[in-house]
Design a protein around this ligand. Structure first.
Ligand SMILES: O=C(CO)COP(=O)(O)O
Length: 255
């Protein structure tokens, strides 16, 4: 398989630094030498340093959940790419649906972050996905197309293989309602087609497209077996080491 599977845990606004440490230790102890699957944990900013020290030297990589696109300046409450790099983050989630819906992030704004992250050697995980209303209105593919096209504006052929896309249908996030494998594969294949149009077949085949939204050990094997599903972006099931490790094992088995 040309694409190595990637399992990323998005801890969202959960875990103090004190609480994050044992979770990170358990993950490193059980999977820190696993090289079959790329593993990323994305704790809140306040736990980045603690978790970063724990995963250092293991195969578990550190990711942040957001960043600002400017290098520095008067942006109270914000965090720059350089600040993340300084704590040894190598990935950053951008455009998560919770950022889009609660904090008004637009595709154009998210695009600035995508290009800024790449400039700073951070790998962006660009999150896209439709709401329930958009799915019911039949506009899923159109919505996802705009999110991908605008999100990736200005990203060069040299940089695109450092980008990860995460398809997270909003109606499946935290709801226990997972997309069917057909629904997920349809959108993943569509995104791959879009990437092929934008970057050509050879590069598009190298880009990882993750599924997110109520992915659990029980439904992961079937999702991860789909041709264009290259891993998972996990919320709830990433907050407990046992389920997160089961997902890593499911990805290793699916490769
Ligand atoms: O939003 C998600 C990951 O970014 C998915 O969350 P859940 O796995 O809790 O549905």
């Amino acid at each position: 398989m040309i694409r190595k599977k990637l399992i990323a845990g998005n801890w969202k606004m959960n875990k103090t630094a004190t609480e994050a440490a044992p979770l990170a230790q358990e993950i490193v102890a059980a999977a820190g030498r696993n090289t079959d699957v790329d593993i990323v944990v994305c704790p809140p900013f306040t736990a980045l340093e603690t978790v970063g020290k724990i995963v250092d030297g293991s195969s578990v990589k550190l990711g942040a959940q957001n960043m600002h696109h400017e290098a520095s300046g008067a942006y109270t409450g914000e965090i720059s790419a350089a600040m993340l790099r300084d704590l040894f983050a190598s990935y950053v989630l951008l455009g998560h649906s919770e950022r889009r819906s609660y904090f008004g992030e637009t595709d154009a704004f998210i695009n600035k972050k995508v290009t800024a992250s790449l400039k700073n050697q951070l790998k962006p995980i660009l999150c896209v996905g439709e709401t329930l209303a958009e799915r019911e209105a039949g506009t899923t593919l159109k919505v996802v197309q705009t999110q991908v096209e605008v999100g990736l504006e200005g990203v060069s052929n040299d940089d695109i293989t450092n980008v990860v896309i995460a398809y997270e249908p909003v109606w499946a996030i935290g709801t226990g309602k997972v997309a069917t494998t057909e629904q997920a594969q349809e959108v993943h294949a569509f995104i791959r087609e879009l990437l092929t149009k934008l970057y050509g077949e050879a590069l598009a085949q190298k880009i990882r497209i993750l599924y997110g939204g109520s992915m659990k050990p029980a439904n992961a094997p079937e999702l991860l077996a789909q041709k264009d599903i290259d891993g998972g972006l996990i919320g709830g099931a990433a907050l407990e080491s046992r389920s997160f490790l089961e997902l890593i094992n499911a990805a290793a088995a699916a490769k």
